[in-house]
Design a protein around this ligand. Sequence first.
Ligand code: HEM
Length: 163
Amino acid sequence: MFPDAAIINQAAVTTIVLSGLALLAGVFFIRSGEREKHMRAMLTASALAALFLVLYLTRLALGYEKAYAGPEEWRTAYFALLISHVALATANLPLAVIPLGYAYKGLKAAGNLARVEQVAEAREAFAKHRAWVRWTVPVWLYVAVTGWIIYLILGRYGEVMGH
Ligand code: HEM
């Protein structure tokens, strides 16, 4: 049973890293004015993050957990990293869902992405989208990078609990 959970854990960290890369691609596309590509990249990033959540919850249900067993002088730093990661990962859910909701609303009001400027309701929805994603992007990137770092630390210094 435990090797399976370890593979799920690897798949989970892969989805986090890929979601971070899709997010960066999405930011790059909107900066280049490529709205259609921005939408696709961000929907991909969101789908990968949702997949992460499913894999993570499956792993928890299997009871697979690793404890830190590295150098004592790094224990506090490790827990600070872990707690900030978990707290911001939780915050990331509404931080992603809310701007997605505004993007959907704006797109529906405009009909297509080229008409956003012409429709007041779409302009307003995307103004809110912009205001939210100022927080979403840095939080999401922090969660993706720290998730990967924690995985690497536990790969080196982690012990599977209950064994
Ligand atoms: C959670 C997923 C998403 C994130 C993190 C995100 C992030 C961003 C960022 C960083 C910007 C630039 C903001 C700025 O210039 O200050 C932006 C703008 C924009 N996004 Fe997204 N986005 C997401 C999903 C979407 C989706 C699904 C669509 C399409 C339906 C979309 C459509 C747009 C448009 C049209 C703009 C330009 C808005 C304007 O300048 O008025 N976004 N988004």
